[in-house]
Design a protein around this ligand. Structure first.
Ligand SMILES: Nc1ncnc2c1ncn2[C@@H]1O[C@H](COP(=O)(O)OP(=O)(O)OP(=O)(O)O)[C@@H](O)[C@H]1O
Length: 585
């Protein structure tokens, strides 16, 4: 939705709709034929039209003769926007083009007894607002600045003609050709103001004139439109086009609040601008910031040096194009690297070899640019969510090297994870799953080499689990280990309070982990039964993180429910302790 204009001082009428084919005889002895209405302005109707005997389409704006806006426009057009005037200016300034329309015809006609004013101007392809909306609310920096350059050129002409436009916005910028921004045209002179009598004396009756979210602080104060105000308005528009929003957008219906917000924004420049243009280059922020600065430093009645501003914008376009090309080059290179690694023409095995060689440390299978892999490898603590939907593992910071020792048998792990990755086409999610599984594996193995001051938990427990959830952790060889082997290769976790001696191999994996962690009968953990009965508390117990995710959730759930039951039983039979409880009791 285009932003609203501030409430008009006088209530104008909406023109009655003129039928298609209606003929208007102009004083120039030409006849114009009214075409379809394709847009409406504040109070006017906008139709296509043709000259009798010709097919070239033009635009006819129609309003009741008593309305002010079209009258203002017609006056401005006749004073400064005649074709020959614009041509003469172009010649003097040695410029090939100006983004302004020119008047073709204007006059009155009577329709169903109503006196109507009309004006004929060239027809353009589309409005910038329509383009912005179809683009999802934003325009690229390059397109935004390209339009801004056209607008600055148009404003320069208007200012040189002693007019301020006062209503620059995407709805009032038209494109000669769809998708081409370098020939954008500034239209709608319904609020244009002749500045020759401007004095810096605000009048409350005029306060907030214009389109509230874009209008200048001069207009908010109640001053007549100014040259510096046009530049300020354009700068607000640039923020809107680039980011799709403005800090005061939600305050649109309260002009005083909008004014207040704009004043704070300007007072906080350039920081406030940086805050809204977070992802933009310093050149872009600097360009818009300079527009604000120039506007703020210009006296109310003074003109702005448009040549300097246009150069600034042109330079910024070039810088941002250069930056975009660089970024594109990087993306292209990364894409090429990825497609080189992933192209089906090469054998998958070879792809793996390439990728793995980049990630030796971890034996991680991941098709991403090198830099990214390095980042992923950093030790990190990842929290799990209740649903257990993500692979997560706690890698202690103290683990300096995660390379597997040569004597450690990793073959089963390697082949298992590789075939899993192959099946999934080595997508990044598959890679992350595999990576998580490997990390668990390696962590357990790594820990197994630590001093045996801690009570071990079997590696076998983990591999069994991974088979259960099919997450691709190596299992084969290790799931077949005997409990003795498990004890021999057992890991020592850095949470002695939680771990118990290795348990019988005839327990299923769940039970083993469950008992080894929490069983009071086998090991006094020092963790209260209240903690054990609460999944949330259990989750916070440090050693619990040593268990693979998914499995961990299961263990927590089972343990909590077991201890909940025990506690409930204890409450109802206070004379018995946990260990003496039995089903008979
Ligand atoms: N010459 C034109 N060629 C193509 N479309 C036009 C032309 N003039 C106006 N329009 C379309 O009509 C819309 C409204 O035009 P314009 O702003 O000039 O009317 P208005 O009556 O002054 O409206 P408002 O009072 O809301 O500013 C524009 O956003 C544009 O979509």
């Amino acid at each position: 939705m285009p932003p609203k204009k501030a409430a008009p001082k006088k209530l104008h009428e909406l023109a009655p709709e003129v039928r298609v084919g209606f003929k208007i005889d102009d004083i120039s002895k030409k006849t114009y034929i009214v075409g379809k209405q394709f847009a409406t302005g504040g109070f006017g109707r906008i139709h296509t039209c043709t000259e009798e005997g010709k097919s070239h389409q033009m635009v006819m704006k129609i309003e009741p003769s008593t309305n002010g806006p079209l009258l203002t426009e017609v006056v401005v057009f006749n004073r400064i926007l005649k074709k020959e005037m614009i041509e003469a200016y172009k010649k003097t300034k040695k410029i090939p083009w100006i983004g302004l329309p020119y008047i073709i015809a204007n006059g009155y006609f009577t329709y169903n007894g109503d006196k109507m004013r009309y004006m004929v101007i060239p027809k353009y392809a589309t409005s910038l607002e329509a383009t912005r909306e179809s683009n999802g609310g934003t325009l690229s920096v390059k397109d935004s600045l390209t339009v801004a350059n056209c607008v600055l050129g148009a404003l320069e002409y208007l200012h040189d003609s002693d007019y301020a436009h006062a209503d620059v916005k995407a709805a009032n910028i038209l494109l000669e050709k769809e998708g081409v921004y370098s020939t954008s045209v500034l239209v709608d002179f319904g609020l244009a103001h002749r500045t020759t009598n401007n004095v810096d004396k605000p009048d409350k009756k005029r306060a907030h004139n214009g389109t509230c979210i874009y209008t200048s602080t001069d207009a908010h104060r109640g001053n007549n439109p100014s040259f510096r105000g046009d530049v300020e308005i354009l700068a607000y528009n640039l923020i809107m086009w680039i980011t799709g929003t403005l800090p005061w957008l939600a305050l649109e219906s309260s002009p005083d609040k909008v004014f207040d917000s704009k004043q704070k924004f300007i007072a906080g420049l350039p920081g406030t601008l940086q805050n809204v243009l977070t992802s933009q280059s310093p050149a872009v922020v600097g360009c818009i910031s300079t527009m604000f600065n120039v506007s703020m430093k210009t006296n109310y009645t003074d003109k702005v040096d448009m040549t300097k501003l246009k150069k600034l914008v042109t330079d910024t376009i070039q810088t941002s194009v250069g930056e975009a090309k660089k970024a594109q080059g990087k993306v292209k290179k990364a894409t090429e690297d990825v497609s080189k690694a992933a192209t089906p023409k090469k054998s998958t095995r070879k792809v793996m070899a390439i990728v793995e060689s980049e990630d030796d440390d971890d034996n991680v299978v991941e098709v991403v640019p090198k830099k990214k892999v390095a980042k992923v490898q950093k030790p990190r603590k990842v929290m799990e969510n209740e649903s257990g939907g993500e692979e997560e593992v706690y890698i202690p910071k103290s683990s300096k090297s995660r390379k597997l020792k040569p004597e450690q048998d990793n073959s089963s792990l390697g082949s298992s994870t590789r075939s899993y990755s192959n099946r999934l086409g080595v997508t990044s999610s598959a890679a992350s799953t595999v990576r998580a599984a490997r990390k668990i594996e390696q962590k357990y193995k790594r820990l197994s080499t630590n001093k045996s001051s801690l009570v071990p938990v079997t590696v076998g427990d983990v591999s069994d689990d991974s088979e259960d959830d099919g997450a691709g952790t190596s299992s084969g060889a290790r799931t077949k280990r005997s409990s003795d082997e498990s004890v021999r290769n057992g890991v020592e976790l850095k949470t002695p309070a939680l771990v118990a001696p290795a348990v019988k191999s005839n327990h299923n994996a769940n039970e083993r982990l469950n008992y080894s962690c929490f069983s009071e009968a086998k090991y006094k953990s020092g963790i209260s039964s209240a903690t054990k009965a609460s999944p949330t508390e259990l989750r916070r117990v440090p050693g619990v993180r040593n268990f693979p995710k998914g499995r961990r959730s299961m263990i927590i759930k089972e343990t909590a429910s077991k201890y909940k039951e025990k506690r409930a039983a204890r409450k109802s039979k206070p004379t018995f302790d946990d260990s003496s409880c039995s089903s008979e009791l």
